[in-house]
Design a protein around this ligand. Structure first.
Ligand code: NAD
Length: 295
């Protein structure tokens, strides 16, 4: 049993911390939001009054925070308070450059650090079935893995520090682009007199097959478990897709890659999430349909 500090006990961090407790670890948590504190306490987390108090005496620190700014500010506070050679694991989704800067703050003070963003959403966090994409030195990733395997089902070592975030942004850029593509195809099919089921039956077993179609199908009917059948209740909220595509677009611009589709998807989700941020990201099909001209 280890003492683990967990900072950020929100939608994702709350259930992740609960799974560490259920596996027998002593989890000391902090979150400034009282409702998150109460929920964590009910799940067996020892909630303390500050991030610095949480890390004191812990051998590992997990952060699950909203943005890179939050992570860097938090590291500035907690790194000096940590025991020597503490293992820092940041599972927030943040910019690659911020991830590398955060790791440098920790390693520069004699600690170990990996970035370990996740895929799988609140459902995966609760069930302990997340996928972790990890960046960092072999030994540090190996040290983090037994803990990640409690909170997740799959751990992929993606290379050097920051590469976990790189994998996350690239994956979600594929997802954003493919959801727009699938949604546009359904609306075009409707305009051409095709039923959604007929297009699904063809594309799901042909070369248009992808997760956005076969698991998170944006139109109701073909995949009964997709959010489209539940009034587009997330699932994966459009606001989070906007955030991830924004990070991907920043990386695209910084690297000079001519990723026009990625930039366009970021722009489309920027527009869509402005009014529909709490809707599942597949709801963009409704926006495309509404903006389609009368035939
Ligand atoms: P959330 O807003 O529910 O939780 C973040 C928590 O961090 C909040 O409760 C906030 O009060 C807390 N916090 C802020 N500053 C803090 C500090 N200094 N110390 C301690 N706690 C602090 O967000 P979430 O949905 O849990 O997402 C967390 C991260 O996971 C984000 O980076 C998000 O992009 C990523 N993510 C989310 C999902 C999802 O489906 N929700 C999926 C994959 C990745």
């Amino acid at each position: 049993m280890s003492t683990v500090a967990f900072l950020g006990l929100g939608h994702m961090g709350g259930p992740m911390a609960a799974n560490l407790v259920a596996a027998g670890h002593d989890v000391r948590g902090f979150d400034p939001v009282p409702a998150s504190q109460d929920a964590a306490r009910a799940n067996g987390v020892t909630v303390v009054a500050s991030a610095a108090l949480a890390v004191a005496g812990a051998s590992m620190v997990v952060t699950m925070l909203p943005s890179g700014r939050h992570v860097l500010d938090c590291y500035a506070e907690i790194v000096p308070a940590a025991e020597p050679d503490t293992l820092f694991v940041d599972s927030s989704t943040i910019d690659v450059a911020d991830a590398r800067a955060a790791a440098e703050i920790a390693t520069g003070a004699g600690h170990r650090a990996v970035d370990a963003p996740v895929s799988g959403g609140v459902g995966g966090a609760t069930a302990g079935t997340l996928t972790f994409m990890v960046g960092g030195p072999d030994a540090d990733v190996a040290a983090a893995t037994p803990y990640l395997e409690i909170m997740g089902r799959k751990v992929v070592h993606c290379g050097q520090g920051g590469n976990g975030q790189a994998a996350k942004l690239c994956n979600n850029m594929i997802l954003g682009i493919s959801m727009v593509a699938v949604s546009e195809a359904f609306v075009l099919g409707e305009k051409l007199g095709l039923t959604n089921q007929a297009l699904f039956d063809v594309a799901s077993t042909a070369s248009g097959q992808c997760w956005a179609l076969t698991t998170n199908c944006p139109v109701p009917g073909p995949v009964p478990t997709s959010p489209a059948n539940n009034d587009y209740t997330p699932g994966f909220a459009a606001a989070l897709m906007r955030k991830d595509l924004g990070l991907a677009a920043d990386a695209v611009r910084a690297t000079g890659v001519p990723a026009r589709m990625g930039l366009l998807a970021a722009e489309l989700y920027e527009d869509y999430a402005r009014e529909h941020g709490g809707t599942d990201f597949s709801g963009i099909v409704q926006d495309i349909r509404e903006r389609s001209g009368e035939t």
